[in-house]
Design a protein around this ligand. Structure first.
Ligand code: SAM
Length: 149
């Protein structure tokens, strides 16, 4: 069972680490709870997912792909499963920062190698990647990436 505090904890981390951010893409956002938490903190947010039942937040009812036009200055995935890799590729393509809290891999890779693989992917695409941990149960490690140091 994923920790219910994850949305507020991640929103607080994002606001403190990326204070200049105005608009966030919340990829694989499920119900839209991270969106709600970010809006409560003064950010605008668009959630991408395929859930017809979701909160009344700004919501794109579709899969997120590399072809999505970029109108965000931060792209985020909280337990985004199969969308995690594309978030990092998208951030590199558009030179915007990313934050992912990986959970399940898209290729059956176990958690620790999956984390390593994602960090290496970001680095190989020219991003500086660091890891922080949220104070919560379950998959709590966050990868943050951006251009430059
Ligand atoms: C484990 S859920 C996490 C949902 C939410 N972020 C949370 O923490 O409660 C993973 C979500 O990823 C979505 N998903 C997977 N691939 C996606 C993609 N390419 N674009 C958008 N959503 C995707 C699924 O529909 C599902 O809602």
């Amino acid at each position: 069972m994923a920790d219910k505090r994850r949305f507020d904890l991640l929103a607080d981390l994002l606001v403190s680490r990326f204070p200049e951010t105005k608009r966030v893409f919340d990829v694989a956002g499920g119900m839209g709870k991270l969106n709600e938490a970010l809006v409560a903190r003064g950010r605008s947010c668009l959630t991408f997912d395929r859930r017809h039942k979701h909160l009344p937040v700004e919501y794109a009812l579709r899969d997120f792909t590399l072809d999505e036009p970029c109108t965000a200055d931060l792209v985020v995935g909280l337990h985004a499963d199969g969308a995690t890799r594309v978030i990092i590729e998208y951030a590199a393509k558009h030179s915007v920062p990313f934050a992912v809290v990986p959970c399940c891999s898209d290729n059956s890779m176990p958690y620790k190698p999956w984390m390593r693989h994602l960090a290496e992917l970001g680095t190989s695409l020219g991003l500086t990647v660091e890891e922080v941990e949220l104070p919560m149960e379950g998959r709590s490690r966050v990868l943050l990436g951006r251009r430059g140091t």
